[in-house]
Design a protein around this ligand. Structure first.
Ligand SMILES: Nc1ncnc2c1ncn2[C@@H]1O[C@H](COP(=O)(O)OP(=O)(O)O)[C@@H](O)[C@H]1O
Ligand SMILES: [Mg+2]
Length: 262
């Protein structure tokens, strides 16, 4: 196994001969790749994955699936027809009326920057005036966002399920620190291993299958109406889930490659 930095890959397109030049060397003899692409590297990262795909190299995460799941908006749109539940969400028009937003998602509401990760850009807003000012500022700053119904009964906890090769291989409940509603470990949340209910398993598996991913971290909220899908992470961190559950998730990823790669 070798690690290559996608930001140093030159991608060459010519008839019948796509290839990659990496640090002065042509990349050859690769059986499969395991993409690890951070939110800020989506363009280069997915371009490099696509190049490997055109070269006939198996990718554990497909470039198309990675692009769709990268946007909280696009993935929720794709999942609306899959039968799984999600918090009611609106992408307000640039000429939005606060009345429409409030009527759709209610108050308090959660405003999310589409480009945010690790809980950054996720804001809980209690009143209409503040919500309206934030939305107006974002539009002025040309930032894209969605507004979501706040699921208060989740009480600062969410579920992270690691799906690998069509199975939930590990799951944990994350709980936000005192005074915070975002349960991300990066925001100081704590975590414990859990066993998922059938509903939760189905939600996670359906989401991942709909988006066409082999590996994903699925975030869900437990609500009165059942598990609600928050987001699907196509390049999930392994350290937190492996430390919490003591399960070798990376090993499961290798097994999927061995199964899929003839
Ligand atoms: N609609 C919501 N209702 C209640 N809590 C939420 C809601 N949306 C997000 N959260 C909390 O905020 C955290 C971060 O939100 P998320 O959409 O997963 O963004 P990020 O990509 O930054 O992790 C979630 O893990 C959850 O704890
Ligand atoms: Mg999240």
């Amino acid at each position: 196994m070798i690690v290559i930095d996608y930001s140093e890959c030159n991608l060459i397109m010519e008839n019948n001969n796509p290839y990659i030049f990496y640090r002065g060397v042509k990349v050859e003899g690769i059986d499969a790749i395991i993409p690890r692409v951070g939110a800020s590297g989506t363009f280069y990262g997915t371009s490099v994955i696509r190049q490997f795909e055109t070269m006939g190299v198996y990718s554990l995460t497909g470039s198309k699936a990675l692009v769709s799941s990268r946007s909280k908006l696009e993935s929720l749109q794709l999942l609306t027809q899959s039968g799984i539940l999600m918090p009611k969400t609106i992408l307000p028009s640039p000429h939005f009326s606060m009345h429409r937003v409030e009527e759709t998602v209610g108050l308090p509401c959660v405003i999310k920057l589409l480009s945010g990760t690790h809980g950054i850009g996720v804001i809980l807003v209690n009143d209409r005036i503040t919500a309206e000012s934030i939305l107006e500022s974002y539009i002025k700053m040309r930032q894209r966002f969605i507004v979501q119904e706040f699921i208060s009964e989740a009480s600062g906890s969410d579920i992270r399920a690691l799906v690998v090769g069509g199975e939930v291989v590990a799951a944990m409940r994350r709980t936000a620190q005192q005074g915070e509603f975002r349960s991300n470990l990066h925001r100081g949340g704590s975590s414990v291993p859990i066993e998922l209910s059938e509903d939760e398993k189905n939600t996670a598996l359906t989401a991942v299958k709909t988006l066409g991913l082999e590996v994903a971290g699925v975030d869900m909220l437990q609500s009165k109406r059942g598990p609600l899908l928050l987001e699907v992470n196509a390049s999930p961190g392994l350290e937190g889930i492996e430390t919490t559950t003591k399960i070798d998730v990376a090993g499961k990823m290798i097994e999927v490659i061995e199964r899929n790669k003839k």
